[in-house]
Design a protein around this ligand. Structure first.
Ligand code: NAD
Length: 262
């Protein structure tokens, strides 16, 4: 069995670094053409230049801020609303800031809701007609294990992740008859800038060293280590492939066994 994404086009959010970048690189490695999204055009150009190219693969990018959903709608419509096809949509963007739910300002919930759920909906609405026409669609949402087990100190994130997961499950049922699957990947602690920033804040708060916080976090994970971004990407590539056609509407934790439930 081989994963072959030749002839498929993927649209990947948060692709300038971390998990999104690893997914974009892995999809390209398997033959897909990729359109990258994030805010910083210079960084995106660098990532785009470095993507593998075999045969007639071509990659591009859209510099766009997911905190400006109308701007996102315009930019993605300009690229795909007029004849382009997206076979694989990876909904991924920066996570909300930390802090307990009770202390969060209402505006923080609104910002997170827009950046995650509203932007996912905008992207899905642009891509779904093209997926239907192609009779091939994969919508993959990068969420968090907090869908299954809320993470202390990530109040806004825990809340929004639940909404995105239920949005995805609803879509999976609606779109299944069109040959489109919708699945969620729930990364555990993954070695990216996001994890570093969360652990730095925790170290400050608890007056501990960064290394002590990192070591304590690793001990909570049965695998006793953080994931590498490519390990999250491996699950995304499989879900994006024809091999996963019968997997629809599920949560896939990629967490080294950390989540304390099935
Ligand atoms: P990261 O911070 O390393 O990368 C985030 C990416 O999103 C970057 O490309 C960034 O430029 C882009 N981005 C951020 N805000 C944006 C905006 N407003 N508009 C457009 N692009 C924006 O994060 P990551 O670790 O790769 O995480 C990706 C997702 O997975 C996040 O939602 C994160 O919360 C979630 N997650 C991460 C971990 C982890 O341990 N790293 C664990 C569980 C869930």
């Amino acid at each position: 069995m081989r994963i072959d994404l030749k002839g498929k086009h993927a649209l990947v959010g948060g692709a300038s670094r971390g998990i999104g970048r690893a997914i974009a690189e892995s999809l390209a490695e398997c033959g897909a053409s990729v359109t990258l999204m994030a805010r910083n055009g210079e960084l995106l150009a660098e990532v785009c230049d470095g993507l593998p190219r075999y045969g007639d693969q071509s990659h591009d990018y859209i510099a766009v801020d997911f905190d400006q959903p109308d701007e996102l709608r315009r930019a993605v419509n300009a690229r795909f609303g007029v004849g382009g096809t997206v076979h694989i949509l990876v909904n991924n963007t920066g996570g909300p800031p930390g802090g307990p739910a009770y202390a969060a300002d209402v505006a923080e919930f609104e910002t997170a809701f827009k950046r995650h759920l509203i932007c996912n909906q905008i992207l899905a609405q642009v891509c779904i007609p093209t997926m239907r026409a192609a009779r091939y669609g994969r919508i993959i949402n990068i969420i968090s294990t907090s869908v299954k087990q809320p993470i202390p100190g990530l109040g806004v994130s825990n809340t929004i992740r639940g909404a995105v997961a239920n949005w995805a499950k609803t879509l999976a049922t609606e779109l299944g008859p069109d040959g489109i699957t919708v699945n969620n990947i729930l990364p555990g602690a993954t070695a990216t800038d996001r994890l570093e920033s969360i652990m730095n804040k925790k170290a400050d708060k608890l007056s501990m060293s960064y290394e002590d916080v990192a070591a304590a976090t690793r001990r909570e994970i049965p695998a006793q280590r953080f994931a590498e971004a490519w390990e999250i990407a491996a699950a995304a590539v499989f879900l994006a492939s024809p091999l996963a056609a019968y997997i629809n509407g599920i949560n896939v934790p990629v967490d080294g066994g950390r989540t304390a439930s099935l």
